[in-house]
Design a protein. Sequence first.
Length: 221
Amino acid sequence: MDRYDYGLWPLVIVSSLLFIGFAFWFARPKHRAEWRTFGIFSAFVVALFTEMYGVPLTLYLLYGWLAARYPQLSLFAHENGHLWQLLFGLEGEAHLSFLHVLSYGFIGGGLWLVAAAWKVLYQAQRNGTLAVTGPYARIRHPQYTGFILVLIGFLIQWPTLITLLLFPVLVSLYVGLARREERHLQVQFGPAYTAYRAQLPAFLPRPGRRYHPVPAHHPEV
């Protein structure tokens, strides 16, 4: 315990505000279920960065088990917060490891997907039409998929006991919000949404699967 690379509370605050602000800007919660999901997402983010830069709660709780297996390590050195790196016995700088690069891929891809989907959804809502282009041409709920990708990326990069517990809760809440939105869209757009829903998966794209508008039927005169 000769190193203690934590207590960086300004980083905790700034990092948390950045991701919570991003989520608020794109999620724009209105109803109780949306606010509840946003609140738990915010708790996930605060718990993550608190352990990443503030207090390593997970390392404290697992200290006895970890110290018995890795007595040569300074367990409260920052790099050991990358627990997968430690547990899998990966050598080298944690920030340059395959897992760290993979985590950035998930986080960056998720943020891009949320932003790209929001642009399409915003325009569709302004026009009073169904969002069926961009990411919505591949899956029905790209924004929720994007948020889940960000969560997975953080769990790969910096797993903590609290975020591991909150992850399935958030996924179930996103699924619930998606179903709620689909009921609303079914009422609003009727057969057009039925056709759209029949063509595309909800969260995970399938190779070669893309939305194709169904031509409107005009009865013969």
